[in-house]
Each structure stands twice: as structure tokens, then as C-alpha cells.
Design a protein around this ligand. Structure first.
Ligand code: ZN
Length: 214
């Protein structure tokens, strides 16, 4: 008795079905998933909610790769003070940055210039990259931010690039911010640290402890 083979149309349908299932499986790996928050992460979000931080929970897709995962990622447009543009960071970092703004930067701005802060000017927080020295950057985990300057409520701009070495109140303010930052962050790098930081102050909550002003 001859063996019957399925016709071509059937084979094509079966192949498409298998391919469809495979694609669906692939898609489920690359589509950002809603994070399952640990108790600590939920607590962090509850705290920044109370503080009035403006943010959205940021989905982390597998496309970011294991080297560039953030614990509890959020896209922030304002902590106590609005950012010059929204940026992605870990909730834990934003919580500490918000505290630093409230306890140090804002009072220091009012004391030095007689005006509060309007904007934190920055070059970004999350960035999937290594440092120039080849080690893992804390930016790759959303645990660092590069602060380029500040805008006051009267429109005055204070720039790390332009004012760090110019005698006057702006320089004193920037240097005081960098020095005080050592009490909040693990690593603080500024124009006095190296040539990679001539135009910003790097603040991070990573594993390395380094702060030339401590
Ligand atoms: Zn940096």
C-alpha cells in the first residue's frame, strides 16, 4: 500500500504555524515586560511618589543586555527640581539625587545667589557603555548622572564648563556642590579629576569610592 504524503498546501500551513509560534516566542523575549518589583523597589517608588518626583516606570527589555540592566528603572523629568530633559535612572539613584537637591543644592543656591534653582542641566544618567578605562560604567546601570550646570529662577546659568575655573560666586557654588556631593554619592568626578570631566560633575552610587574633595 503506497504511503500517503501530506499535500504541499498542508505542509506550508504547518510550517507557517510553527514559524508563527517561534516568532511569538522570540517576541515575548524582546518585548519589554512589566517589572516584578521587589519589596525594596516598591518602597523606593512609594518614597519618590511622596516626594513628588515626576517619572514613569521604564520597561527594561532584554535588548539592553545583561551588562546594562537597571534595577527599578524610571524615566524622570523632575526630582525636586526639573531636569533639562527627561532621563532614565534607577529609582535608588533618583531618591538620593532628590535628597541632595533638597538638602544641599537648593539651600546653597539661595544662600549664594538669593535665588532658588529652576533647572538641573545634565548630560544624562543611563547610558549602556564602559568607562574609557575599560571597567563597567555606573551609567550602564542607571546609577550615575552627569551634571553640566544649573539654571536659577532669575534665569542665571551656572556652567561647569565655563565657571569651574572662573573666580567668583559661580565657581565657589560649583565647587561647594562637588565637595558636598561626596557625602551623598560614592564617586564624584569633576574638572579637577581628569580631562574626561572638564564640562560636568559625575555623581554615582556605584561600587567604587572616589572623591578628591572628601
Ligand atoms: Zn558620568
Amino acid at each position: 500500500m503506497p504511503v500517503r504524503f501530506p499535500d504541499l498546501a498542508f505542509l506550508r500551513r504547518a510550517a507557517c504555524l510553527a514559524l508563527g509560534l517561534a516568532l511569538a516566542a522570540c517576541a515575548s523575549h524582546t518585548t519589554p515586560q512589566a517589572p516584578v518589583l521587589s519589596r525594596g523597589n516598591q518602597q523606593c517608588l512609594a518614597e519618590i511618589d511622596k516626594l513628588g518626583v515626576q517619572y514613569k516606570v521604564e520597561p527594561m527589555g532584554a535588548s539592553a543586555g545583561p551588562q546594562c540592566q537597571i534595577d527599578n528603572p524610571i524615566r524622570v523629568s523632575a526630582a525636586t527640581i526639573p531636569f533639562s530633559r527627561p532621563t532614565v535612572a534607577s529609582c535608588a539613584f533618583v531618591l538620593e539625587f532628590d535628597k541632595f537637591e533638597r538638602e544641599i543644592i537648593r539651600p546653597l543656591a539661595v544662600k549664594t545667589f538669593g535665588h532658588d534653582l529652576k533647572t538641573i542641566v545634565h548630560f544624562g544618567a543611563y547610558n549602556c557603555r564602559a568607562t574609557k578605562a575599560g571597567r563597567e560604567s555606573e551609567h550602564a546601570h542607571g546609577m550615575a548622572m552627569d551634571v553640566a550646570g544649573f539654571e536659577l529662577t532669575d534665569g542665571t546659568m551656572i556652567s561647569v564648563k565655563h565657571e569651574w575655573n572662573e573666580r567668583g560666586k559661580k565657581r565657589d557654588f560649583l565647587r561647594a556642590v562637588a565637595t558636598k556631593a561626596c557625602g551623598y554619592f560614592n564617586e564624584v568626578l569633576d574638572p579637577d579629576s581628569d580631562r574626561d570631566h572638564v564640562d560636568h560633575i559625575h555623581l554615582d552610587l556605584g561600587r567604587w569610592k572616589y572623591c578628591i574633595h572628601r
